[in-house]
Ligand binder design. Sequence first.
Ligand SMILES: *Cc1c(COP(=O)(O)O)cnc(C)c1O
Length: 440
Amino acid sequence: MGKPIIKEAQKSNPYGFENPLSYARKMDTEDPLKMFREKFYIPIINGKESIYFTGNSLGLQPKNAQEYILNDLEDWANYGVEGHFHGRNPWTKYHEKFPRLLSAILGAKEEEIVVMNELTINLHLMLTTFYRPTKERFKIICEEKAFPSDQYALESRVLLAGYDPAKTIIEVKPRPGEHAIRNEDIISTIEENGREVALVLFGGINYYSGQVFDMAAITKSAHEVGAFCGFDLAHAAGNVELNLHEWNVDFACWCSYKYLNSGPGSVAGAFIHQQHVTNKTLLRLAGWWGTNKETRFKMEKKFDPILTAEGWLVSNSSILNMSCHKASLDIIEEAGFKNILEKSKKLSTYLFFILHDINKNSSRKIIEIITPENENEHGCQVSILMPEKGKEIFDSLIENSVIVDWREPNVIRLAPVPLYNTFEDIYRFGEIIKKMPGLQ
Ligand SMILES: *Cc1c(COP(=O)(O)O)cnc(C)c1O
């Protein structure tokens, strides 16, 4: 018997899309999450409901958010300062609602999660604890083209510690001609720098390429050389499966306004592994909200850290941000995170198919996909390079009520989000590109 022959069409078309439009409509009709789109405000552009593919940048507003905020405003009106202890959601305990809601999303134990501040601030708080360089061990390994805020944060920490960023921050790059960073190159960089590595810090997903890193393997390798390992999960939280506890990740941070739909600049979060949270000797930037709750209001001297991730809390909570966060996480809980992930995989596979189809429809390759197509290496974001007429395409998409994210010089990031995007959104996007003058 010869080798089984896999037809080309089947390889690039694992779901067997014969008629892409009827397939899209069928998938939307059968979608167990289809009623969730109604729970969000879909922006109207040029008089039409938009095709919104920028949930990776700012998730849409859940319709219940206004009610949640109004409840907290009402409690403030009715109770004044007593709202800290009375009312529907006493404010001193508001942040305690989140670990339960986030634990499935992060693959973390409740005691490992705290919701507080904003993302880059949390990164600084984590670096204070987990980046303690010495003459022998001072290097940081990270990805090339990390999100700029992370680059600035790292560089400023290195300078504060009195080291030279050029000799301290080691960036792992894709190989020439490739867009994704190979896991083996990350591991070998960690091994080569060995005992000089103090910290390995990666995005869970690179914001630009959409590549998901092998967080388990990176953590293991960092630990083998005796370094701490942390992740910025801005693009991963709520988007892909995470198992932070099991992977033994030391710390992680994320924001809530991308895939967690909690509103612009809303409250962020941090994960600190169980093995660290009970360690009172870990140095940190302390504040009154992180001290023992029994004695907090005695207002005495001597910080006594809470023995959970809450021990890293600094200030009292930003309640109105938390109302939006709660509104959104309640929807995610109702939908079921597993169901969201399942739909996400189907949506992105369909998007890959439509993108290949656009190329097939043209006399040349007008789209280069830079996000890895392997199922374990991407979330719902797919980044594409469009070398021809980049900006014209972007402008014409907006005219057609399609909101995508444009990065100079010619990268478009597309993120069909399972809670509110449809298969038909993807189909229509493909048709709009195919009809653009000059791309056939
Ligand atoms: C979105 C994003 C940020 C934004 O930081 P803020 O502190 O929330 O303004 C930081 N890092 C990464 C990787 C991001 O994707």
